[in-house]
Ligand binder design. Structure first.
Ligand SMILES: [Zn+2]
Length: 393
């Protein structure tokens, strides 16, 4: 696919890594580790917000329109700015839609275009008067073929190759890779492998210059990953896989599904003592006497639901007649009160261990990475910021 106009106006020639330890990221991680009530507030859904601001939704390349056409670059920057003004501590590059699945089959073009998306985000978080960025930049790696479709993912090697172009293009501009809307473990594994290979090729890369990874799964209505695998089975496998591949997986999140599905998945995690060993914080007495110190690497949990009316499991972008309908019952206050508050605080007093041989204990597991996906806008983020502050977040 050829870019139809003047997107070359953005300089994406910067190819060397930012040569410094990522102070902002490490400070946020230190803060999250210090207390389970600390949160990192992410942004909302960039794509839907672009369409609200006049970018045409062509149902073919979706939000990539705003990158391919340079006339919309200022709108992308405005959306990023709006989320930061609302309180987002991290923004996500508008690179989700730049994939072979919608026609971007030339890897070098993918690399260039995701670089444009990365540079727009980096520019917004870098105030001209200060050398300190005002927010983190998460580099979005979306499904390479179609959202919500585990049955349509690329074969392993093809998928890894496709992700590698996006990984390379984003690298100079971001703080963390975000493989999002992953509909099965294999899709997340392909993204992880691409990052691992990229780092292996840059074999002189100092450890401190390797961006860590966040992986976010999209869930079905039962709270399982879209291919039906329970999160308590897939997540430990992913943690081990990333560890073996020397990719620093700092968190697992759930996104672009109904918030009710996320609540179900979190309940499953809460009920599974084996999952607790993988989490930084367990607001409970240990369910198991097993030593936690020499366990696998620990992760943070995160969640960013969408506001879409339930999506048909056989959905595809091109076959959809128009934008997916939004549900009317997910106002900013409702998103906080009905969902985010519970994800963060849990149900104090809930039984968390099923195994009667162990001490049944009461407790909660706090979700610390919070944001929104399609249809969750700056007004939601602003309410979340206020409520999190009131609740010691
Ligand atoms: Zn979404």
């Amino acid at each position: 696919m050829n870019a139809p106009d003047d997107s070359d106006s953005i300089d994406v020639s910067e190819s060397s890594p930012r040569n410094r330890i990522n102070v902002l990221l490490r400070n946020h991680l230190k803060r999250l580790q210090s207390s389970p009530t600390e949160t990192l507030l992410l942004d909302g859904g960039t794509g839907e917000e672009l369409f609200l601001r006049g970018v045409p939704d062509d149902r073919k390349i979706w939000s990539a329109t705003a990158i391919v056409n340079a006339r919309y670059h200022s709108v992308v920057e405005d959306v990023h700015k709006s989320f930061i003004d609302a309180g987002s501590q991290a923004i996500t590059t508008n690179s989700y839609g730049i994939t072979p699945g919608v026609g971007f089959t030339d890897g070098e073009e993918v690399k260039r275009l995701v670089g444009v998306a990365g540079s727009l985000a980096r520019r917004v978080v870098t105030p001209p008067t200060s050398s300190h960025p005002v927010a983190l930049v998460l580099g979005s790696l979306g499904p390479q073929v179609e959202s919500y479709r585990p049955d349509m993912i690329l074969k392993h090697d093809d998928g890894v190759r496709a992700y590698q172009y996006a990984v390379q293009g984003l690298y100079p501009y971001i703080d963390v890779y975000l493989a999002e809307t992953m509909s099965c473990l294999e899709e997340a594994v392909q993204a992880t492998d691409a990052i691992s290979k990229f780092y292996t090729e840059l074999n002189d890369l100092n450890e401190s210059l390797k961006h860590p990874l966040l992986v976010s799964f999209t869930l079905d209505r039962d709270g399982n990953i879209r291919d039906g695998e329970p999160v308590v089975e897939a997540v430990p496998k992913l943690i081990r896989y990333a560890h073996d591949k020397k990719v620093e997986l700092i968190g697992v999140l759930f996104n672009c599904c109904e918030p009710e599905s996320i609540t179900k998945a979190l309940e499953e995690i809460r009920r599974d003592p084996h999952m607790h060993r993988h989490l930084h914080h367990q607001l409970m007495q240990p369910c198991s006497t097993q030593a936690l110190e020499d366990g696998p690497p620990k992760i943070y949990l995160g969640a960013y639901a969408n506001k879409l009316a339930p999506v048909d499991p056989k959905w595809t972008l091109e076959s959809s007649e128009g934008a997916q309908a939004m549900r009317a019952d997910l106002s900013p206050e409702k998103y906080w009160d009905g969902f985010v508050k519970q994800w963060r605080n849990g149900n104090a007093g809930a039984e968390v261990c099923d195994n009667s041989n162990r001490d049944g204990v009461s407790g909660i597991i706090g979700v610390q990475l919070i944001g929104g996906c399609c249809g969750i806008g700056p007004s939601h983020i602003s309410v979340l910021k206020r409520r999190l502050r009131e609740n010691n977040g």
